[in-house]
Design a protein around this ligand. Structure first.
Ligand SMILES: C[S@@+](CC[C@H](N)C(=O)[O-])C[C@H]1O[C@@H](n2cnc3c(N)ncnc32)[C@H](O)[C@@H]1O
Length: 292
């Protein structure tokens, strides 16, 4: 009997995922929406494929060697030690919320350790971002949604030649992120304190092509589609977009459905928490729902 690869590790079990979601969005998810999310995750677990079901050679290779790569890269420890310190600090900051919000804490004063616990990508997904960038080697990366800069560091780590621009609307959150960037000492991160609406049109006017974009802020349908529609104009065959929280709400699932239908989009990979979008015309127009 052939043992097929399936990179949903036991530690990422359904229960773990459910707990992760609950702690991420505790106050926001009322019983009904939490149940809907859990149902959508259960459906994903039933529907998602492993390598056995992938007929595209490119996606097969990408799944096995990038998404499921379990090698420990040295930089993971450096970034995780910064996260560990954030989780211990008692510093509290005033938050300016320009997005859908985490809603874990309705107050505008938040402890940095709570942001680190509830808002920031987990090691599993941060390290996946690292591996995707390590494989694609984009010259430039745009990240919408810096928070404390954990995902930014994962994006910037594979190559100092990659210029990373990351955008954060909340000034005090951006200040904490900048301290983290100074600590890690990468010279290839430019942090912009602005709202996405203020920043994007000017940035895109000066940009010929976007190599890689990570959309991780303002998880609302209209906002997500608005950012996508602006950015897609600058997408070429080698471009890859990654969207966070594509099933966070019904609106986000609808946004993901619309993105998949866009004529420039070819293959997409749905990992439930994250969606990866390819524009390469050599790939089939197909959505791969893969276990992770
Ligand atoms: C989910 S967090 C980003 C997490 C980060 N990428 C990580 O994993 O380490 C989203 C961030 O986007 C910011 N944000 C949300 N909507 C925004 C907007 N319209 N303009 C600028 N920043 C926004 C929030 O302040 C928040 O810090």
């Amino acid at each position: 009997m052939t043992a097929y690869r399936d990179c949903a590790h036991p530690k990422n079990s359904y229960e773990d995922q459910a707990l992760h979601v609950e702690s991420d969005n505790l106050g926001y998810f009322c019983c009904v929406s939490r149940l809907k999310f859990l149902l959508s995750y259960a459906k994903y677990r039933l529907k998602s494929d492993n390598e056995h079901d992938i007929h595209s050679p490119y996606i097969f290779e990408f799944y096995n060697n990038v998404i499921c790569d379990e090698n420990p890269y040295y930089v993971y420890e450096d970034i995780e030690s910064i996260r560990a310190k954030l989780l211990l600090t008692d510093l509290a900051i005033q938050i300016e919320d320009h997005g859908a919000g985490s809603k874990v804490n309705a107050s505008n004063t938040r402890k940095v350790k709570d942001i680190a616990k509830n808002t920031v990508k987990s090691p599993k997904y941060g390290q996946l971002l690292f591996r995707i960038v390590n494989r694609l080697k984009p010259q430039t990366i745009l990240e919408l949604g810096t928070s404390l800069g954990i995902s930014t560091m994962y994006l910037a780590a594979p190559s100092k030649k990659t210029q990373v621009v990351t955008v954060e609307g909340c000034p005090n959150t951006a200040k904490v992120a900048q301290v983290n960037f100074d600590k890690i000492g990468f010279g290839n991160i430019r942090l912009v304190n602005a709202t996405f609406d203020d920043f994007l049109p000017g940035y895109l006017a000066k940009t010929n092509v976007l190599d890689f974009v990570f959309f991780d802020g303002n998880h609302r349908k209209e906002a997500t589609l608005n950012y996508f529609n602006q950015c897609v104009e600058k997408a070429q065959a080698h471009t890859v977009f990654v969207f966070d929280d594509i099933h966070w709400s019904e609106g986000m699932t609808e946004a993901w459905e619309t993105i998949k239908q866009h004529p420039k989009v070819t293959s997409t990979i749905d990992l439930h928490h994250l969606g990866i979008v390819f524009f390469n015309p050599d790939l089939s127009k197909e959505d791969f729902v893969l276990r992770f």
